[in-house]
Design a protein around this ligand. Structure first.
Ligand code: NAD
Ligand code: TYD
Length: 371
């Protein structure tokens, strides 16, 4: 039986991971530590909130006194670290929070883990620090370049990617120098339920439902490798179970799409959902274009992101051969599940859009973005 501390467990991937873990390992204890920034939402944990082996703490990963107390009080043996500032556009307009949480915060967690697990000897031989990172640390690919593998040199381009790269190096160093039992996973773009609607897929879905423009940065031909979030949770589970200490594993979706193609595909699916289910028109009367089967008309090309990476793609060879990992969800099945989730959960994303995020996005769009 494991005793987990999950940082950032009220965010998109962290909350999906907590649901996955409690469903699959009901005998384990899961403690969530989350600062509830604009991206964190306690409602993301509603499906597990009454579970007796689950507990939530609101707090900052930089608060080492709190982290040390949690590690000790709950006899934590496995720390899964998701907490981060995660949106590239925000890292361009305000990098400081990324340095603070992603670098200082990760270091603070590593220090606390070293103190309790190594210096004080609690779970000395059995602990695990699993760090969740991104493929963006590898930089950008040209169309014909081979996909990123674990030995691809780091070349981060955005402040977000650079802050994640720094945190990856610190995790590695704590293994090499102090013997902390760490693993790292570098994963491609996730999608699925509870995805904050500032990222491409949930933004497009919720904008269709509100008949708002679907902003495409630049020429829309940038490529991402999309992974259903539950497959990511399974991948992390395998790394924790089978991954070699001190090692890194890439987790991808084997699913490369150009942004403009994905937006067209979502528009088409949404149009069809409205045609097949007349009740959606009653629920979303403002979705005028989708009701008319013309969501594509909302597509609006806008100014490109500064320093926009052209292509990300993950070579899944190491995680498939060493861990037996392959994504289970196809993009067609994963995206359908996702669209249905957003259609059903308008109260979730409606509340999210009304909060501080809305003020931020209005500021962004009133300045430079319209093209
Ligand atoms: P998210 O922005 O949805 O959630 C981040 C969570 O961390 C939020 O709940 C937030 O409240 C919490 N948090 C932020 N600062 C904190 C702090 N100082 N102390 C405690 N909690 C804090 O992010 P996500 O998309 O779920 O990403 C989770 C992790 O996965 C991140 O480390 C990210 O770099 C990585 N990742 C994300 C993707 C993706 O497609 N979303 C892809 C690869 C890797
Ligand atoms: P995003 O979801 O922000 O993830 P990341 O930047 O981490 O890959 O963006 C995915 C892609 O979609 C990226 O190439 C930027 C692009 N994009 C748009 O074209 N329009 C948008 O409104 C957003 C948010 C992203």
């Amino acid at each position: 039986m494991k005793r987990l501390l999950v940082t950032g467990g009220a965010g998109f991937i962290g909350s999906n991971f907590v649901h996955y873990w409690i469903d699959n390992y009901p005998e384990d204890t899961v403690i969530v530590l989350d600062a509830l920034t604009y991206a964190g939402n306690i409602e993301n944990l509603n499906p597990v909130k009454d579970n007796p082996s689950f507990k939530f703490y609101q707090g900052d990963i930089c608060d080492s006194v709190l982290v040390e107390a949690l590690l000790k009080e709950h006899q934590i043996d496995t720390l899964v670290h998701f907490a981060a500032e995660s949106h590239v556009d925000r890292s361009i307009s305000g990098p400081d929070a990324f340095i603070q949480t992603n670098i200082i915060g990760t270091h603070s967690l590593l220090k606390a883990a070293k103190k309790i697990w190594l210096d004080e000897g609690v779970n000395k031989e059995t602990h695990r620090f699993h760090h969740v990172s991104t493929d963006e640390v590898y930089g950008t690919l040209e169309p014909e370049d081979p996909a990123f593998c674990e030995s691809t040199p780091y070349a981060p381009n955005s402040p977000y990617a650079a802050s994640k790269a720094a945190s990856d190096h610190l995790v590695r160093a704590y293994h090499h120098t102090y013997g902390l039992r760490v693993t790292t996973s570098n994963c491609s773009n996730n999608y699925g339920p509870y995805h904050f609607p500032e990222k491409l897929i949930p933004l497009v879905v919720t904008n269709i439902l509100r008949d708002l423009p679907l902003p495409i940065y630049g020429d829309g031909k940038q490529i991402r490798d999309w992974l259903y979030v539950e497959d990511h949770a399974r991948g992390i589970d395998l790394v924790i179970k089978k991954g070699r200490l001190g090692d890194c594993y890439n987790i991808g979706g084997v699913n490369e799409w150009a942004n403009i193609d994905i937006v067209h595909f979502i528009c088409e699916l949404m149009n069809n959902l409205f045609i097949e289910n007349p009740k959606f028109a009653d629920k979303y009367p403002q979705a005028i274009s989708a009701i008319a089967g013309k969501s594509q008309e909302l597509i609006t090309y806008v100014q490109d992101r500064v320093g926009h990476d052209r292509r990300y793609a993950i070579n899944p060879k190491k995680s498939s051969s060493e861990l037996g990992y392959m994504p289970l969800e196809s993009f067609e099945t994963g995206i359908r599940k996702t669209l249905r989730w957003y259609l059903k959960n308008d109260s979730w994303w409606g509340a999210v859009m009304d909060g501080s995020y809305r003020k931020w996005i209005e500021k962004q769009y009133s300045s430079s973005r319209q093209g």
